[in-house]
Design a protein around this ligand. Structure first.
Ligand code: PBG
Length: 328
């Protein structure tokens, strides 16, 4: 007797394994998230994200040139806003000379072909750390949308290629698209965080931007009335279809690893590119385990990124982008 199938024939050595490999990572798979702060000469390591930094504009320019030379062609910008500039509606978010608007121009000056994507949500600008306007203990939907649309327009005017609404309000894609069209920003794209879960993996990011929901009486302490319940699956499709109907060019699932079933569901159903955000907590977990000597950093990193792509991601926003590209 012999086994009817000898699957191991196709695993015999590296040459045959590479010949039949289905998933390949390349520098063009990545979107690099970048944190920006005011100041000069600032390259400030984020405590819960080892080897990841907040950059002032001068050093942002340097970083972006380096990324471009490595073959990384898109960035996703986030700003850390000074407390004095925070309010309930994100007024500072539409300041034509605000940090985000200057960061967009800085990237375009440093690497003109770099694709610039920008986070659109109120949380870094909000005294409450919420993605929308807070009124009587609620995150109000429709009024928030008009602020988000003005924020997106301001990013487009500063030169953003794509705006990336990460707030999970209902109807914001349509409102943003309409405002962009009316202002003739017909070529500015929308990458929508369509299926964004109320995840505990965002902790280090909120440290990086000092944007966590505040612990104050009568203010919701979490984002569960707008971000999705991690227990749900079909809702992710509903959210994604809505965003595509409303004009999203790219849809996103976030976080990554724990949600790859959702990624596969969506990749099977939609005809637009699907992005995955491998979030700050995923980065922090691996860095911590590797620092302890408990996991092989590079091997685990590439395994995770490959799994995300295998699940159906056409692009990955990842804090590992630079680390990974060095190995490819
Ligand atoms: C802001 C935003 C968040 C992330 C991206 N955009 C945080 C949040 O929703 O609380 C998280 C990214 C990460 O954890 O890496 N709306």
């Amino acid at each position: 007797m012999f086994p009817l199938q000898r699957h191991r024939r196709l695993r015999k050595n590296d040459s045959i394994r590479s010949l039949i490999r289905e998933t390949h990572l390349s520098p063009t798979d990545f979107i690099v998230p970048l944190f920006v702060v005011e100041g000069k000469g600032v390259k400030d390591e984020i405590g819960s994200m080892p080897n990841y930094y907040r950059f002032s504009l001068d050093l942002l320019a340097k970083e972006v040139k380096e990324l471009w030379q490595m073959g990384l062609k898109s960035v996703l910008l986030f700003v850390k806003v000074e407390d004095a500039l925070k309010d309930n509606r994100g007024v500072e978010a539409t300041n034509p000379d605000g940090l985000m608007q200057r960061a967009i121009k800085t990237v375009k000056n440093a690497a003109p072909e770099m694709l610039v994507m920008t986070d659109v949500a109120l949380d870094p600008y909000s005294i409450y750390g919420h993605d929308g306007i807070v009124d009587q203990g609620k995150i109000v939907n429709d009024r928030t949308n008009s602020f988000l649309a003005q924020m997106a327009l301001s990013h487009a005017q500063a030169g953003a290629d794509f705006v990336a609404p990460s707030d999970m309000m209902d109807g914001r894609i349509l409102e943003i698209r309409s405002v962009l069209e009316e202002a003739h920003f017909t070529d500015t794209g929308i990458m929508s965080y369509s299926a964004k879960f109320a995840s505990a993996f965002y902790g280090p990011f909120r440290d990086a931007l000092d944007s966590a929901p505040v612990d104050v009486k009568d203010i919701p302490k979490d984002k569960k009335t707008y971000q999705m319940d991690p227990a749900n699956r079909s809702e992710a499709l509903k959210e994604t279809f809505s965003d595509i109907d409303e004009g999203a060019d790219i849809v996103m699932v976030k976080p990554g690893l724990c949600y790859l079933d959702i990624v596969r569901d969506i990749a099977n159903e939609v005809e637009v590119p699907v992005a995955v955000y491998q979030v700050s907590g995923e980065y922090a977990m691996l860095k911590a385990a590797a620092a302890k000597g408990w996991l092989d950093h590079d091997a685990v990193m590439l395994e995770q990124l490959t799994a995300i792509k295998r699940a159906g991601a056409s692009m990955i926003a990842s804090y590992f982008a630079k680390d990974a590209v060095k190995l490819l």
